[in-house]
Design a protein around this ligand. Structure first.
Ligand SMILES: [Zn+2]
Length: 107
């Protein structure tokens, strides 16, 4: 039951770049390009800006499309093993650069 992707690749600079897969679009990207969502040992779910928080993590592109898809398709709840709180979804939207307010998406 270990589905962690441990893909690594060497950049032209010769440095190791840790790679992770977006749970929404399944694209493998450098960890630094992705947003980490973590479920803490206490069972709280939220965005982990440091990428170092203890707990079970899942990764999503910093794109609104992927955040939306990860929430709608239940990809994150599946990856984290429990339902995603509304607060966490809102945190993700903010981290993805979504404009604040309920009117987002017009246009
Ligand atoms: Zn993605």
């Amino acid at each position: 039951m270990n589905g962690t992707i441990e893909a690594e690749k060497e950049s032209p600079m010769g440095r190791h770049v840790p790679l992770r897969r977006c749970v929404a679009c399944r694209t493998v990207q450098p960890k630094s390009e992705l947003m980490r969502v973590v479920r803490t040992p206490e069972g709280e779910i939220g965005v982990d800006p440091t990428g170092k928080a203890a707990g079970r993590g899942a990764y999503v592109c910093r794109r609104r499309e992927c955040v939306d898809a990860a929430v709608r398709k239940q990809a994150l709840p599946r990856a984290l093993g429990q339902p995603l709180p509304v607060q966490a979804a809102q945190q993700m939207m903010q981290a993805a650069g979504a404009p604040p307010g309920p009117e987002a998406g017009a246009g």
